[in-house]
Ligand binder design. Structure first.
Ligand code: KG4
Ligand code: ZN
Length: 350
């Protein structure tokens, strides 16, 4: 049974994990850098230095937790992009060193493919499935046709959904990362109908043709409301705005996904499924909306466990394993990619 080490350093999580070809997670260690809180966003230079400081220890911790040594590994997978390039280079150099010294195959993983395939780590989800990928940097609807084969149905024209959550949290003084903070604050909303009336927010692109998204108008609307409130926004108002914001995001995601479901079903997939992935997929309200939509179209709804939605290395290890098992390994001189669209994978990544 093959085992692979995965390394993830493309944003502000330093992570190392080991998974087997059967999808067992033997170790999954994530160190979230919290030094970025004060800046209200990730500072690339600080992130890269922190990855460099922690990565060796984390890899050793993963091996210890799995009760393995480097000799037991059949490969090493690493995020080669897209992401903050200083951080990506730390992970890639570490992986290249391990692969060279141990003489094992190396797999350059696209971070988005990591999110896209995570769902197959614990469950049997056959291709093709419809994927809503919602993270801090991306918001896309894709048909996952196979490993390395993606058809994009829609993408954001401006901000990503997670970015909108993070900016809203910042405007409301809720801290970083914003998604979990907005979700938690929205739960305190005592009167949802009243909150929507008091703080109505737009739902850009809803009802428009195609499957593209837009979140910048929503963000601006939150800013306009925040500007009318005192600097220290009252907790009740923060709860109502968070609720209204989350309601708008849910409306946008459901509308765009419904259009994509129709396109996807026109292909007559044998086992139709809607998969949601990426950090924003950890949001329970958004999940519930998408689950209801899947019921409406009688398709399976699958979402990874919460800890595998946000950035981690188990997803990178798994995408690496799917590639390793298909002989899709990479030479040791592969580059790093600040931008790396999923649809370009089929055309050869190096
Ligand atoms: O996938 P991810 O960990 O990193 C990227 O690849 O971008 O996604 C991070 C994003 C952040 O914007 C964060 O605010 C958002 O996911 N997020 C959430 C929740 N947990 C994380 N957004 C909404 N609700 C959540 N519970
Ligand atoms: Zn991510």
């Amino acid at each position: 049974m093959k085992r692979i080490l995965g390394i993830e350093t493309s944003c502000d999580e330093t992570a190392a994990a080991i998974v087997t070809e059967q999808g067992d997670i033997l170790a999954n260690i994530v160190l979230s850098q919290r030094d970025h809180d004060v800046f209200g966003g990730v500072v690339p230079e600080i992130a890269a230095r922190a990855h460099l400081h922690h990565i060796d220890t984390l890899v050793q911790q993963a091996l210890d937790e799995a009760k393995l040594t480097f000799k037991d590994l059949d490969g090493v997978a690493v995020t080669a992009g897209p992401g903050l390039i200083g951080g990506v280079m730390v992970g890639v150099m570490t992986a290249k060193a391990i692969a060279t010294v141990q003489n094992i195959p190396l797999v350059a993983v696209n971070h988005l493919e990591g999110h896209a395939l995570t769902v197959r780590l614990g469950e049997d989800v056959p291709f093709p499935y419809l994927l809503l990928l919602v993270s801090g940097g991306h918001c896309q609807l894709l048909i996952v046709q196979d490993v390395g084969k993606y058809k994009r149905l829609g993408t954001t024209l401006d901000d990503a959904a997670g970015e909108a959550f993070d900016k809203t949290a910042k405007l409301l003084g809720l801290g970083y990362p914003g998604g979990p903070a907005v979700e938690k604050t929205a739960l305190e909303c005592a009167d949802p109908a009243q909150a929507l009336k008091k703080f109505p927010l737009p739902t850009p692109m809803v009802g428009k043709p195609g499957c593209d998204f837009s979140f910048s108008g929503l963000k601006t609307a939150v800013k306009r409301i925040a500007d009318t409130l005192p600097n220290a926004i009252e907790r009740k108002d923060a709860a109502d705005i968070s609720y209204s914001f989350q309601h708008s995001v849910a409306t946008i995601l459901n509308n765009r996904t419904e259009r994509a479901i129709k396109e996807y079903l026109a292909l007559n997939p044998a086992h139709p499924a809607l998969v949601v992935a990426g950090g924003v997929a950890a949001n329970k309200t958004l999940r519930q909306g998408l689950e209801a939509l899947s019921r409406k179209y009688k398709i399976r709804f699958v979402a990874p466990p919460l800890n595998l939605c946000t950035d981690n290395a188990a997803m990178i290890a798994w995408a690496g394993m799917e590639r390793l098992l298909r002989g899709m390994t990479d030479p040791s001189d592969f580059p790093v990619y600040p931008r790396w669209p999923l649809e370009s994978l089929g055309t050869k990544n190096v």
